[in-house]
Structures are given as structure tokens and as C-alpha cells.
Design a binder for this molecule. Structure first.
Ligand code: ZN
Length: 158
């Protein structure tokens, strides 16, 4: 495993559409391990492949307090949402910044796991926010497009 270099806001790779994954190769498995290590090392709750310069539809998320519940999503799609939540959001590609973003409070996601089995996952609160934020990355979108008011300085990153 290795920590990868996180691309920072302004890098054009963050504004590109990612390609779906058709096969989980050894290279993809190594990428997943590296992305998890990179996310944990940066104290983030999620990381999308374009943030490490790879234009593939892959995200890792872990919102557990103990950082022991990793979620890996291949080709994820939001299939259902309900409610709203308004709160602080950050991004590892904008270190030290956060802003207020409104997201659905409940999100259901369809994706594939590392065996390319189709899975469905549901999330509320922080997990729902992480699903939205990370899936936006796969389509070249950053939370700065949705932020209400100004970005501010913070220690919290996501
Ligand atoms: Zn982000």
C-alpha cells in the first residue's frame, strides 16, 4: 500500500467526467488499498479516484468514528433521496476549508463491489452527505459549486 498524492482544487483532473470500471484488475485493487490508506492518513471520510488523478468511477468512504468500516463503491449511482440536511462540508482537495452545503438527508446508492456484484446501500446524515459529495467528484463536480455563502477556514476535512 502507498499514500497517493491528493490533487488540489484548480487541478483540471478534478473537473473531468470519470469512466466506468468494467473489470476489477489487480491494478484497481491496489488503487483501492492506496485510496483507503490515503483517506485515513488525511483524516478524511471519503476519497474519489479523480482526487488521486485517476479518472475512474471509484470511491472509498468511511464515516465510522473508529475508521474501521470502509465502503468501496464502483460505478456508483444515486437511485433515491429524501429530506434535506444543511451543514458544514469539506474536501481533501481543498485542505483547511469548509462551507455550508445542503444535501439530501437520506440517499440510496446502487454500485458494484470489488467482485463486481451489484449492491445497494442506504445512508443517512453524514453517510448520505459523503455519498453525494464523492459521487459528484466522479462527474467533475466539487462542493464549492453548491456552497451557501463563503468558504471558511477549518480543521475539519472530508
Ligand atoms: Zn471531496
Amino acid at each position: 500500500m502507498a499514500i497517493r498524492n491528493i490533487r488540489i482544487f484548480g487541478d483540471e483532473v478534478l473537473n473531468k467526467e470519470c469512466r466506468p470500471i468494467t473489470e476489477v484488475t489487480k491494478k484497481i485493487k491496489i488503487l483501492v488499498e492506496d485510496m483507503l490508506e490515503t483517506m485515513y492518513d488525511s483524516n478524511g471520510v471519503g476519497l474519489a479516484a479523480p482526487q488521486v488523478g485517476i479518472l475512474k468511477q471509484l470511491v472509498v468512504i468511511d464515516v465510522s468514528p473508529e475508521c474501521d468500516d470502509p465502503i468501496v463503491l464502483i460505478n456508483p449511482e444515486i437511485i433515491e433521496t429524501s429530506g434535506t440536511q444543511t451543514g458544514e462540508e469539506g474536501c481533501l482537495s481543498l485542505p483547511g476549508k469548509s462551507g455550508t452545503v445542503t444535501r439530501p438527508n437520506y440517499v440510496k446508492v446502487k454500485a458494484f463491489d470489488l467482485d463486481m456484484n451489484e449492491i445497494e446501500l442506504e445512508g443517512e446524515g453524514l453517510l448520505a452527505r459523503a455519498f453525494c459529495h464523492e459521487i459528484d467528484h466522479l462527474h467533475g463536480h466539487l462542493y464549492t459549486e453548491k456552497v451557501e455563502g463563503e468558504l471558511h477556514s477549518t480543521q475539519q476535512e472530508g
